[in-house]
Design a protein around this ligand. Sequence first.
Ligand SMILES: NC(=O)c1ccc[n+]([C@@H]2O[C@H](COP(=O)([O-])OP(=O)(O)OC[C@H]3O[C@@H](n4cnc5c(N)ncnc54)[C@H](OP(=O)(O)O)[C@@H]3O)[C@@H](O)[C@H]2O)c1
Length: 298
Amino acid sequence: MILVTGAAGTLGREVCKQLAEKSLEFKCLVRKTSKTEVLEKIGASLVYGDVRDRASLEKAMKGVTQVISIHSVGIQKKGVTYWDVDYQGNIHLIDLLKKSGGGKFVYVSALGVSLEARFLLYKVKQLIANALEVSGLDYTVFKPSGFFSDFTRAAGLIKKRGIMPAMGSPENRVQGIYMGDLAYCMIDSLSNEKARKRVFLIGGPEALTYRQIAGIYEKLLNRKVRVLPIPAGFQKFVGFTVDTFTGYRYDILGFIDAFSSGDSTCDNTPLHEVFDIKLKTFEDYLSAFLSEHKQNGF
Ligand SMILES: NC(=O)c1ccc[n+]([C@@H]2O[C@H](COP(=O)([O-])OP(=O)(O)OC[C@H]3O[C@@H](n4cnc5c(N)ncnc54)[C@H](OP(=O)(O)O)[C@@H]3O)[C@@H](O)[C@H]2O)c1
């Protein structure tokens, strides 16, 4: 039995859809407040809990031999921090899996994660990977680049105004990934012997500059699209102000550092040696996105 945490989130829903399509036995850890319509629609079994509450995890882990850990706090609040949710939550799960006799742990980290990173979440994600490495469990960690779904957040603005905001220079290269491809590899790693105790960087098939991404929008929307770099000084001013007033709770400066400080690319060679997958291009993803949202004016 597989337990998926963060099952009602963006990536979690995709992983659960694919698990259901493959008729694998799984249950979803959700909160009372989670939006579970998609999970209910696919007939997923739900177990209520919070990763900060070890007792609820003990219940959820009954009969579980494989964990797919996707939960993450997003924006920190008092008592709901990267430390409480991301770190402690995963440490509980690792410990409970070990106590139940061991099994497989699949964890989603992020590209650029390291103990030296400026972004607090990235330090925490590295600590979780380190904990897995010394746990004695079989594990696979994925370090994905940004999801294509994030690249379409500004699609409305791009279509209407022909402006694509960018956090860094228009020449910075990013290697976004289709979430379905990431979900496929995560599920495959549950049974793929070559993925045992491994960490994989995973990005899409091509590294594109923001200008090239704007070019793909131009082609598919048939209109001129201009990249609008948000000035670094302005980003830092906003980050510094918010971090000062929230006592570092949001760590906006760390976030800015992670997403605007240069290229964000990776070498997929080790991934292709282990997983049999043809990664989707951004152009194919955007083309499908635009036809799916035609009724919204695209
Ligand atoms: N988005 C990207 O481009 C990107 C890129 C690289 C890596 N990642 C990583 O991928 C992972 C998933 O990202 P995502 O975009 O799918 O995130 P998401 O949509 O924000 O989903 C996060 C999930 O975590 C759950 N969660 C939060 N606090 C919890 C708690 N205390 N107890 C139990 N569950 C809790 C949320 O539950 P509710 O549904 O109840 O809110 C939600 O389902 C994250 O670790 C993220 O860092 C994302």
